[in-house]
Design a protein around this ligand. Structure first.
Ligand code: G3P
Ligand code: CA
Length: 256
């Protein structure tokens, strides 16, 4: 296992969990846009999570859904739409009229914007089956961004995507997203060469946090929007906590 950045390392000496802004400060600005990332950084988030897909002409773009309807004024699938058309869409008005004209960011824009101040957590929604060559494109793009890559972690529910990324570049960090806990966290980590885990918070158990920490892996539960849930998760001493309301996390986690 190669721990290559301060986000994926088990945070033994830290007094508090890192704060992750999920899809940016997505309760306060349109999710997965530069405005939501900017708001997250203003609040003081330590990391910003966002999601990526691939356009028909092979550009990596930031959006949660694979289709355009919910968060833009476009329609159809990202995989069937070219980057020029995507660039012309409005990704802000659906949230509030004051965000009209907000663009769909590219992966490059997102990591360049976030990583000078915070860690970027990039969720890869699909692998080669839907987006041909996506892992190779990610590795190439990150090889040109030496500074950014130390502050970026790639995550996915499909561990094969993460293994492909690590086989292309062992210095890229990866974390496995889980909705249900695997039978054996350590076996999975070793098989797919991941440095950390992103479990759904409702399924996380204190003994899993202890086991992972004992073996040097960090733990990043998602996504808590109620204070009482965040407090409950924090009592398990994970390495980060995540919310669409990073302002709420900042209040209860504190600074430092
Ligand atoms: O951080 C993990 C979380 O983002 C996974 O769920 O649907 O919000 O991408 P989703
Ligand atoms: Ca996500």
């Amino acid at each position: 296992m190669t721990a290559v950045n301060g986000f994926t390392e088990y945070r033994q000496d830290r007094q508090r969990p890192m704060i992750v802004a999920h899809r940016g400060a997505s309760a306060l600005a349109p999710e997965n846009t530069i405005s939501s990332f900017s708001r997250a950084l203003e609040i003081g988030a330590d990391a910003v999570e966002f999601d990526i897909h691939q356009s028909s002409d092979g550009r990596l773009v930031v959006m949660h859904d694979e289709s355009l309807e919910r968060t833009t004024n476009g329609s159809g699938f990202i995989k069937d739409t070219d980057s020029r058309k995507l660039r012309g869409l409005d990704a802000g008005s659906w949230y509030a009229s004051r965000f009209r004209g907000e663009k769909i960011p590219t992966l490059e824009e997102a990591v360049d914007f976030i990583t000078p101040a915070a860690y970027a957590i990039v969720e890869i929604k699909h692998g080669n089956d839907v987006y041909p060559g996506i892992e190779k494109k990610i590795a190439e793009l990150m090889s040109l961004r030496k500074g950014c890559r130390k502050r970026t972690v790639f995550i996915a529910f499909d561990p094969e995507i993460l293994l492909n990324i690590r086989e292309l570049d062992t210095e890229l960090s990866t974390g496995l997203l889980t909705a249900d806990p695997p039978d054996d966290y350590i076996d999975v980590a070793q098989e797919f060469l991941v440095q950390c885990f992103f479990p759904k918070w409702e399924k996380l158990k204190p003994e899993s946090v202890s086991l992972l920490h004992k073996n040097g892996y960090s733990v990043h539960p998602w996504v808590m929007d109620r204070e009482e849930d965040a407090a409950k998760v924090m009592s398990m001493k994970p390495d980060s906590v995540s919310s669409n309301h990073p302002d709420m996390l900042k209040r209860i986690v504190g600074g430092g």
